[in-house]
Write a protein that binds this ligand. Sequence first.
Ligand code: ZN
Length: 445
Amino acid sequence: MNKLILIKTKKNKSIAKKMIACILLIVVIFVTGFCGYFFTARLKKNKDFTPVVISKTNEKYNLHIRYPYIKKKEYLEKINKKLKKEINTLKEKENKNKILEYNLDYKIYNANFLCSIVFTEHKLIEKEQYETKQKVIYYNTFTNSFLSLEDILLNENAKVNLDKIIKSEYLRAYKEELKKEYIVYLDNEGIKANSNKKEILITYDKLKDILKKQYILETSVICKYNYVRDKKDEKEEYRDIEMFKNKKVICLTFDDGPSKYTAELIEDLNKRDAKATFFVLGSRIKGYEATLSKMSENGFQIGNHSFTHRNYHNLTDNEVISEIEDTNKEINKVTGITPNIVRSPYGNKKMEILKEKKLVEISWSIDPEDWKYRDVDHIVKHCLEKAESGDIILMHDIYKTSTKAAVKIVDELKKQGYEFLTISEMIKLKEYEINYENSIRNFKN
Ligand code: ZN
């Protein structure tokens, strides 16, 4: 009996051991799995242009690094390699009894969909002696690709000519020759060249032979229109414009939709008696017919934002015409309305075609860059800071953050006495005459 019990206990012990091993294994698998999941989830959360910050300060060195996260293997590898090198240098010199410093920071300049990311590197090499280096990388946020300066310039000669223009402009501005290296970046005003904190600007009108067409932004044209009612508008409903006289007025415009967020946005705006204008893509109408009908039935205006969102400057005239006409046909099929306002993708219009087709290009005066900052508070703050009567706000109803921000903007500006009009209502209120020569950027005069 005793023997038997002994054998049984032995058996039990080995079973218990196996079970413990099993449990341990499960725990290990679970923990590694969880960590892995947590890590990848965190990586996935890292959206493009989120700043990555690395900071370490001790008695030996100060290290501050900030760079924008962009999900491109080559870019991230380059940055990692560079940082590893700098950190190693810091560590190597650590024991030489002096405080070391390394600082890398960046600033982004935007010219429509082209980002110039300017990196500034700051190193303390000897006591109070700093070495500063700057480098620019260019990024196309629509194609999600990095570009070189050559990619942006028209041709081989353009680079030489640009250098000549920059040098002569520098001489004129600072009464001295530009001998040092300089960096070049683009923003809303034009090309900016910077050397040792001295900056010069070359506006877009002087860059026709330098930049590729799609990178030339039109410098602000504000023009006066007197409204002439077009036959095409007849089906569009207007609210009684009289009630907006002597009030602060603003236009909300949404591009790139319709999307799954648009119907709710329409409801939210309706509740607040705010109207808006939607520049829709022909290719996105299928599946959102009900949303489009809801738009027009509730007095929202529909504009044309092309069929496939291609850059008109890269298309033949015939291709541009089909982009516009195919979209208008789709809109008409659903709503019975043929839009007479357009917003060309990236604002890159072909004026001759618009003139011929009697279409008005609608630009904007407030751009919160909602596609980049998917952050409700950021978008709201930007718009509230800039808003003035007559402004046209540009947003995209394909992002939840944008549609949520729009509702908040309406609530806040309503408190300040603003009314939200469609483009047609605004044209009527301001008695603008459509001349088809220029785009409308705002309704301030
Ligand atoms: Zn667009």
